[in-house]
Every structure is written in structure tokens, then in C-alpha cells.
Design a protein around this ligand. Sequence first.
Ligand SMILES: CC(C)(COP(=O)(O)OP(=O)(O)OC[C@H]1O[C@@H](n2cnc3c(N)ncnc32)[C@H](O)[C@@H]1OP(=O)(O)O)[C@@H](O)C(=O)NCCC(=O)NCCS
Length: 207
Amino acid sequence: MSFTIAEQEKGHQNEVPPIVIGKLSISPLKESDLEDLLPFCEKEIGAGYYNKESLFELLCLSYHKGFVCSFVGRDIETNKVGAVRLTTIAGSMDTTQKGHTPEEWRVHPLEVGYFKSMFLAAEYQGSGIGGQISRLSLEKLKLQGAKAVLSHCSLSSPNGSSRRYLQKMGFTPVQEHEGFWADIDYLCAHCYKKPCTCKALEMILYL
Ligand SMILES: CC(C)(COP(=O)(O)OP(=O)(O)OC[C@H]1O[C@@H](n2cnc3c(N)ncnc32)[C@H](O)[C@@H]1OP(=O)(O)O)[C@@H](O)C(=O)NCCC(=O)NCCS
């Protein structure tokens, strides 16, 4: 990376005041959030899914010319992390990985950003907050020049919430992938199995 995160944190994004959505204050992700973010991810996604290094790498892949496409939500009263939207910019995704079918996408793979993980703590789910935070990421991806964004939604999320919130945003299905997360050495917070047995639906939104 040719920039330092310290430079980035002095950059444009800190001039933007947080956006309040419901009981959450939403800000672009910063390096100083990662310490609080890791235990949140351990609980909501699963133990071992991320570590400090992989979260830092995602922060770097989320950065483009003074802005960050990923967001964190903190409770306005307690300041506890209650939401995360991890997004990587177009051109940063390894499309040779399993579960990616670029031949089905209508744009060049290098023009596709990635919705990596979106998690809300249970008390904030079901009020449309996931979509509102994700739209902040979409605005940044458009500024970056992305022509589409890809996501792998879990077909095991409660009441199909993952697929449903993406559908509401206009994502369309590409293909289902069995065992999409099975190669990751973590204990899934949804199926509670190791390896994870959750099935993913690859979905795409054209911007
Ligand atoms: C998926 C998620 C980000 C969606 O954000 P959200 O703000 O809750 O989205 P919405 O309020 O638009 O909910 C989408 C639908 O799921 C339903 N839903 C959301 N959370 C639910 C829950 N905990 N139990 C049952 N239904 C739920 C909503 O009622 C809504 O139904 P509708 O389509 O009939 O309106 C959020 O619910 C979440 O973090 N879920 C757990 C983690 C997860 O599955 N993440 C995605 C992993 S790929």
C-alpha cells in the first residue's frame, strides 16, 4: 500500500460528521475502531473468522483517494459497536476464488466492488438499518468508479434477512454456492458447525 492509515485518518473522511440512524452513530471505519470491532465480529460472525491483521487488510482494501467505503455503527448511548459494513473497492477482489462466477456478470470483474460482511447486533435488526448503512457504501463505490457490487448472502440468516435486505436494495441472484465459508477455520455463529455448512447466494447489483 502506498499510503499509511495515519495519513488516511487525517484525510477527508474525518471532516464528515457521523450519521445517526436509529440508535446508531455511523462513521467511516478507522484503524482505531479495529480493536472494538474484532470482538463484535467474533460474536456476530463467528470465532476466528477475522483477526486483527485481516481486519486491517480489509480497511486498506476499502480505501480510495481519501475516503473509506466501510462503515462502523456505535450505539449513541453506550458507544458499543452495534453494526459493521465491510466493503472493498472495485479492482481489489480475487475473482478466481470459489463462489465467484465473473462470466455471469455484465461488467468487467475489475469494475466490481465487494460487500464483504454486513452485521447488525440483534437489537438493531429488522428496521432497515442494514440497507441504510449499505447505501452509504454504495455512494462511495460509485465515487470510486465501481460499476457493480457483489455480495455472498447467507441463506442461513434468520428469516432469510440477508437475502431479503439485499433484494430490497436491488441485488439480483447469480448462483448458489454450497459450503462457501467451509474452508475458513472459524466457528460459524449461524450454523454452529466447523466447517461451516451455510450455503451462500452470490448476488450482484449494477450501479
Ligand atoms: C442481514 C441484515 C444486515 C439486514 O439488515 P436489516 O436492517 O435487519 O434489514 P431489514 O430490516 O431490511 O430486514 C430484511 C428482512 O429480514 C427480516 N429480518 C431482519 N432481521 C430479522 C430477524 N432477526 N429475525 C427475523 N426476521 C428478520 C425483516 O423483517 C425484513 O423482512 P421483510 O423483507 O419482510 O421486510 C441484518 O438483519 C443482520 O445483521 N442479520 C444477521 C447477520 C447476517 O445474516 N448478516 C449477513 C451475512 S451474509
